[in-house]
Design a protein around this ligand. Structure first.
Ligand SMILES: C[S@@+](CC[C@H](N)C(=O)[O-])C[C@H]1O[C@@H](n2cnc3c(N)ncnc32)[C@H](O)[C@@H]1O
Length: 259
């Protein structure tokens, strides 16, 4: 789609499948439709399509969080609660607010809370658009976001919102698919995105097209250094990243200043 599209606050918005300028609604409506369709099979898909690496990556992500018994955590685009429940295994914060744009994903999370996956930690779920977070400034000690930012059409707005709701000195930890820096790994990964991801998606959900989108959105997502620059532009400090699986995925960490 030609031209620049502006969202709220006149920020440019993109089609998350291509990275090209597009009205925000294109990506928003598609994301909600896809994640509603695949919610019940989402975790199984993640596990098998990452060859079991998803658990290791989640553990590594939550271990970057400096949480104590009074900490308040916001899980943005938290879906079925994979990050939230991993936090509950390794930390005992005061509260985790598990937020997502798609109610069907949160319904799966609610079932997991009912079966005790929160291990006694207070977990509250709420429908939230990451570009418009309905919490006051400086409300949280840490924010997590796994595989979420890629699906958001106005990423700078979401990052600024996250920065706003973090307390001074608060931590952001983002897990996202990325681009392997080495050519052989990159070639293998590209082929896997093209053939492997849609095939796993078809197998688990029968919705091959939804997984073609997921693969396209991964290809269109900024590389590690580019996303690190976006975090700095949003006001974050101490921006770092660690590649996983040769750079197929990446953990980004950052902090807000101390005022
Ligand atoms: C790939 S899933 C990741 C879920 C979870 N974080 C995990 O690690 O499994 C992406 C999630 O982003 C959510 N999402 C998409 N657009 C969003 C937005 N604008 N605000 C908040 N969440 C959004 C989707 O509903 C979906 O649950």
């Amino acid at each position: 789609m030609a031209g620049t599209h502006l969202g709220k606050n006149n920020m440019p918005t993109i089609d998350t499948a291509t990275g090209q300028a597009a009205p925000a609604e294109v990506s928003q409506e598609r994301a909600r439709a896809i994640f509603t369709e695949i919610a019940s099979q989402y975790e199984k898909f993640n596990h098998y399509s990452s060859f079991g690496q998803d658990r290791f990556w989640l553990r590594k992500l939550v271990k970057t969080l400096p949480l104590g018994p009074t900490s308040c955590v916001l899980d943005v685009a938290g879906g079925t609660g994979e990050v939230t429940f991993e936090i509950c295994k390794h930390h005992k914060p005061a509260i985790i607010v598990l937020s997502d744009y798609t109610p069907a994903m949160l319904d799966v999370a609610k079932q997991r809370i009912a079966t005790g996956d929160n291990r006694g930690v207070c977990v509250e779920t709420c429908v939230v658009d990451a570009q418009d977070i309905p919490f006051e400034d400086a409300s949280f000690d840490a924010v997590t976001m796994a595989y979420g930012i890629r699906n958001i059409p106005d990423r700078m707005r979401a990052l600024r919102e996250i920065h706003r709701v973090l307390k001074p000195g608060g931590t952001l930890a983002v897990l996202e698919f990325s681009t392997p820096p080495l050519a052989p790994a990159r070639a293998f990964y590209k082929a896997y995105l093209k053939w492997g991801i849609p095939a796993w998606g078809q197998h688990f959900t029968g919705k091959r097209d939804d997984f073609v989108y997921l693969a396209d959105s991964i290809k269109a997502f900024p590389k590690q250094h580019e996303f690190a620059r976006m975090l700095e532009e949003a006001g974050f400090q101490d921006v770092n990243f660690t590649n996983l699986a040769f750079g197929a995925a990446c953990i980004h960490t950052a902090r807000t200043g101390q005022c």
